[in-house]
Write a new protein. Structure first.
Length: 83
């Protein structure tokens, strides 16, 4: 399984979208500041994830959330976050 996930920082409340084949390991890496792109805003909460059968589908979904802001806005609304 491959996962697309949404994290939210405890520090300054930004969101981060990522994808991985091992969600637990990747979450630990983000919170132990091993990820260059997220270490400044650690610790993180996992607020949402989606599971996919293939890496290709997961990467496509991740790109759609990052590239087209509307998808991420709609996801945040569905989860109850103000946009």
């Amino acid at each position: 399984m491959y996962y697309v996930y949404l994290l939210r920082s405890h520090v300054n409340k930004p969101f981060y979208v990522g994808s991985t084949g091992d969600l637990r390991r990747r979450y630990r890496e983000h919170n132990s500041k091993q990820s260059q792109s997220t270490k400044a805003a650690a610790p993180w909460n996992l607020v949402y994830y989606e599971a996919f059968q293939s890496k290709t589908l997961a990467l496509k979904r991740e790109r759609s959330l990052k590239k087209y802001g509307r998808g991420l806005v709609e996801l945040k609304k569905r989860l109850g976050y103000e946009v």
